[in-house]
Design a protein around this ligand. Sequence first.
Ligand code: AMP
Length: 284
Amino acid sequence: MSLAVIATAHDFRRACQEARRDGELALVPTMGYLHEGHQSLIRAAAQRAPTVAVTIFVNPAQFGPGEDLSRYPRDVDGDLRKCEEAGAAFVFVPRGPEEIYPTGFQTYVEPGPLAGPLCGEKRPGHFRGVCTVVAKLFALSRADCAFFGEKDYQQLAVIRRMNADLNLGVEVIGRPIVRESDGLALSSRNAYLSREKRARATALWKALKAVRDSFKAGEVRPDQLEELARQKLAEDEARIDYAEIRDPLELRRPQKADPTSRLFLAAFLGKTRLIDNGAVGEQG
Ligand code: AMP
């Protein structure tokens, strides 16, 4: 395998420094257990820059108490194969959380109102943890650009804002959601689903499709569109965490939906929490 695997922050900084001498460096941060969604980011990054660095780190700072940190799925060997196949040059797999959060660590990045609603409300502290680790990865790598999926649309918005607010100087690039053939958005957490729950997990996609159809037919009232999404989720017995229409930039609730307004969904299938989102004016 020509792929280099790096275990320490010090070596990661050095490898990135060296890579930047040959041209642009693109960064793809992940938590591992990679799938085609992650690989689509790596491929896009490889189209853009001669060197792609992937990071694999299950970041404790973005998990709340009682969330799935300890059981988050892992498969580093499989991940490395997928990174190489998609065109990564090296992968940073910190040898432990203390590599990122050494003794004495105490400085966190506090995001603003974009991190308030949706996952910010349901997972207090989540985006503070995300911003902190991404800021650290940006600082270590000094990457020219970094790729993130729209699957985590609020995360992408919060990171764009942080990057601008803190003058981090990275070009933040968002990429579309990769889905299974039945519409389920690929996610490492799909691995938790039993066969029966996997079948019901299409509820989120069905809700998004129903809302798009309703918008196309003329419905622009956010509460009506949200109610329809809730009904669809309930039909598959998905426990709703949120179903909200928001504008794509500030994530505020619009008076009336327009084609760029997005439906944001989070729902539990058993213990597994899935998220999805999409513009109401899109088809497909
Ligand atoms: P994660 O490993 O879940 O932290 O995800 C790492 C990156 O991959 C994030 O930028 C995600 O938004 C992105 N990602 C995860 N799933 C998908 C997907 N189905 N399609 C596109 N990007 C994704």
